[in-house]
Write a protein that binds this ligand. Structure first.
Ligand code: ADP
Ligand code: F6P
Length: 470
């Protein structure tokens, strides 16, 4: 296989499951922040993407997508269970999200996680040209930086964590904490969403590895590992262009009609994940209906909850609970032809998402913990008219950038109810001021600004960032 000067390593490939009849492959905008973010950058930058194709026991040779080469890594059924569903999504994911769900420590998963990380590292080493930069993404591949350093001491190694990095007292619960920390610190630059994460890692490196650490530099084994916060963003111009398209504006109008032309529409768009606070939100909304503070013919709520990690027990159980609760709320408060909550458990394409954002008077983004939350940024990008309210959890990374949102603690159901009412009843002039401030920030810090900041920090020469689309 040909080698590249930039190699991205991520658990998932951004490819459509089914190649077109002519053999061509489309970008698959799989739900999830990572694919959304990297899609915007790699569309036009010569690079190779190493990742799992989403299938089991198959690693077909996949065609390039434009200038992007694809190097698939296959997973067996056992690997999928131990590495992806097990260690990544039943141990690390809940632990890194404040243990809002109990992390599972199953010793059998560790070896599989380590072996699969090694396979990703070997694949990346094979496709990297001498002196290349290799950019590893997220908690699935936390051992890859150190493994790669052993295989290819000539390359520049970057690691970016899209999810939160937990406080030391939580990380200390991990049975393989030393290996995981060392693995990540094999990189030259470790990037996080928030400065607090770099602070947590510095404390742990001192405590567990005896390293000399500050919040932006860790001296380990005679090497310097740089750390820092690089808040990820979205392709603002793509979302703006979609939201301005006449057919999408018309679609948004039609959606409002289909919803019964209520005075106000609330919208939530999440992967169906226990970190997203969907149940807390449903409780708050149902109490507002019960208390008569919100009336069904006047206000409707749309909850998009795209299926996610459906073979993991906790996700299956959550789906049943949410669907039971939506059924209860609609049964109790809906009327014939007037649902209290419109629940959609399906993926949507970007155009349909843009139409939904245009329809929403109040966007409700209330995760219990979230690395960033790109849905909040997509909503702001879509609202060129300056109308609309964003209700945003204090525990989403995006809250640090959107101080003008209606910020809320989603664990406090009374506070959540009060904030929803504030957002529903806000003065339009106040909303315009808030939206303008958020949009000003977002247009300055879009996805290219993120990639440029990270890649420039990784390689001071500016060589990597120079390849990005203008
Ligand atoms: P996470 O990475 O935890 O899923 P984010 O909010 O950062 O959370 O990213 C979610 C991404 O997935 C966004 O780009 C959003 O547009 C996309 N997405 C969410 N719901 C859907 C859906 N039903 N269909 C398609 N894409 C979705
Ligand atoms: O943004 C966090 C993240 O885990 C990404 O790494 C991932 O692409 C996304 O959520 C969706 O999850 P999954 O790849 O498990 O479907």
């Amino acid at each position: 296989m040909r080698q590249s000067s930039l190699v991205v390593v991520a658990n998932r490939l951004p490819l459509d499951d089914s190649a077109a009849p002519d053999g061509a492959c489309e970008w698959r905008r799989s739900p999830g922040g990572l694919a959304s973010a990297l899609h915007a950058i790699l569309e036009q930058t010569p690079a190779t993407w190493v990742g799992w194709n989403g299938g089991i026991d198959s690693a077909p040779v996949l065609p390039d997508i434009g200038s992007l080469r694809i190097r698939p890594v296959g997973l067996s059924e056992e690997e999928l269970r131990g590495y992806y569903e097990g260690f990544a999504n039943s141990t690390l994911w809940p632990l890194y999200h404040d243990a809002v769900e109990q992390p599972v420590f199953d010793r059998r998963w560790w070896e599989t996680y380590r072996d699969v990380n090694r396979r990703f590292a070997e694949a990346a080493a094979e496709v990297a040209e001498p002196g290349a930069a290799i950019w590893i993404q997220d908690y699935h591949l936390q051992l890859v930086p150190q493994l790669l350093r052993e295989l290819r001491p000539d390359v520049l190694i970057g690691f970016f964590l899209h999810v939160p990095f937990p406080p030391p007292e939580l990380f200390m619960q991990l049975p393989r904490r030393v290996e995981l920390l060392r693995g990540m610190l094999g990189a030259d630059l470790v990037g996080f969403q928030r400065p607090q994460a770099a602070h947590n890692v510095a404390q742990l490196a001192t405590k567990l590895l005896g390293a000399q650490s500050t919040d932006d530099q860790i001296n380990l084994d005679g090497r310097v590992v740089r750390t820092g916060a690089f808040p990820v963003s979205i392709d603002v111009s793509e979302m703006q262009a979609l939201a301005a398209r006449p057919d999408i504006v018309e679609h948004a109008e039609q959606l409002r009609t289909d919803l019964g032309r209520p005075r106000r529409v609330l919208l939530s768009v999440d992967r169906l994940d226990y970190t997203k606070g969907i149940e807390h939100r449903l409780t708050a909304y149902s109490e507002l209906l019960r208390d008569g503070r919100v009336k069904v013919h006047d206000t409707v709520m749309v909850q998009v909850a795209v299926p996610s990690r459906e073979r993991v027990d906790s996700y299956r159980v959550l789906r049943d609970r949410i669907e039971g609760e939506v059924g209860r709320i609609n049964g109790e408060y809906g009327r014939v032809g007037e649902a209290a909550i419109h629940y959609l458990n399906q993926p949507f394409d970007r155009a349909d998402l843009a139409a939904l954002y245009l329809t929403a008077d109040v966007m409700v983004v209330t995760p219990l913990r979230d690395g960033m939350n790109l849905v909040a940024k997509e909503y702001v990008a879509a609202r060129a008219a300056g109308t609309g309210s964003l209700v945003l959890s204090e525990f989403a990374g995006a809250a640090a950038e959107f101080e003008d949102a209606f910020l809320v603690n989603p664990h406090d159901v009374d506070g959540l109810k009060a904030t929803l009412l504030d957002a529903l009843d806000a003065d339009p002039a106040d909303l315009r001021r808030r939206m303008r401030a958020m949009r000003d920030h977002l247009t300055r810090y879009d996805i290219l600004a993120w990639a440029r900041a990270y890649l420039t920090a990784l390689d001071h020469s500016g060589r990597l960032a120079a390849g990005l689309r203008k």
